[in-house]
Design a protein around this ligand. Structure first.
Ligand SMILES: Nc1ncnc2c1ncn2[C@@H]1O[C@H](COP(=O)(O)OP(=O)(O)OP(=O)(O)O)[C@@H](O)[C@H]1O
Ligand SMILES: [Mg+2]
Length: 242
């Protein structure tokens, strides 16, 4: 895959609140190559989840350019945004977001079912994904019958089911113990190279953030290179403001 996976320019976003507009992002610029891997840190309330929601087409930016996987998101209808998410984005959340009533395999299968992939093809893909996350022998377990780390690995498999060009993970290890964190991080980090997708990981975990080749921080409503002297040498630079 060639070229930029994410181009954001002059992004501004605010929420309407009872006391007036609350501006969360103001002048955010970002350029991520296909196959890139970026971590994103910042204090609670800085707007990290909001930015991921915008990149993933869950929320439309109020101002600025947002292009993901070659698609310009401004002005897309709700249906087109939903289609964009289904075809282009894989989401991984802190609380896994698995459906309790479904098995691991069925949770993964839902994505393919939504995009109209034939059942037989879906089945093969699901088994392949379960195998890839090391859970081939847990296909018939429901979420309650899985450990936290296993649940997150199922959620990652689900996020990959539509062969996304971008994977957005919001505190994916926030609910995991140290061992599970390592497994999940090892798995996530291989995705850009193995699948050519672009990965953005929001985290409060400094060690995890430091492992990404591009380290970003949200501060004062803008993106900047994460300037942790221990963790971040100079290569982390968001796109310069136009
Ligand atoms: N729908 C909304 N309406 C109004 N305000 C919102 C809405 N969603 C988020 N906010 C506010 O926007 C700010 C940014 O929220 P966001 O969830 O992006 O922060 P965050 O950086 O992900 O924080 P955390 O690390 O705690 O997850 C917060 O102050 C939050 O209260
Ligand atoms: Mg958040």
């Amino acid at each position: 895959m060639q070229g930029a996976a994410v181009v954001v320019q002059g992004l501004r976003h605010w929420f309407a609140t009872r006391t007036g507009p609350l501006t969360v992002l103001d002048g955010v610029d970002l350029h991520l190559p296909a196959g890139g891997y970026a971590s994103l840190v910042g204090p609670s309330g800085a707007g990290k989840s909001t930015l991921l929601s915008i990149l993933g087409g869950l929320e439309l930016a109020q101002e600025g350019t947002v292009e993901v996987g070659g698609e310009r998101l401004a002005g897309l209808s709700r249906d087109d945004l939903a289609a964009f998410r289904r075809s282009t984005v894989g989401f991984v959340f802190q609380h896994f977001g698995l459906l309790d009533a479904l098995t691991a395999a069925e949770n993964i299968d839902v994505t393919g079912a939504l995009t109209g992939v034939p059942r037989k093809q879906r089945r093969a893909r699901t088994l392949e994904l379960l195998d890839a996350v090391g859970l081939a022998d847990r296909a018939d377990h429901r979420p309650i019958e899985l450990s936290g780390g296993e649940r997150q690995r199922v959620a990652i498999a689900r996020a990959l089911a539509n062969q996304p060009r971008i994977v957005l993970a919001d505190e994916p290890t926030g609910n995991l113990d140290d061992d599970s964190t390592l497994l999940v991080v090892d798995l996530l980090e291989t995705l850009p190279q193995r699948l050519g997708c672009t990965l953005v990981v929001v985290t409060h975990d400094r060690a995890l953030a430091a492992r990404a080749p591009l380290r970003l921080r949200l501060r004062d409503r803008r993106l900047e290179a994460d300037a942790d002297p221990v963790a971040a040498p100079a290569s982390a630079v968001p796109a310069a403001a136009p």
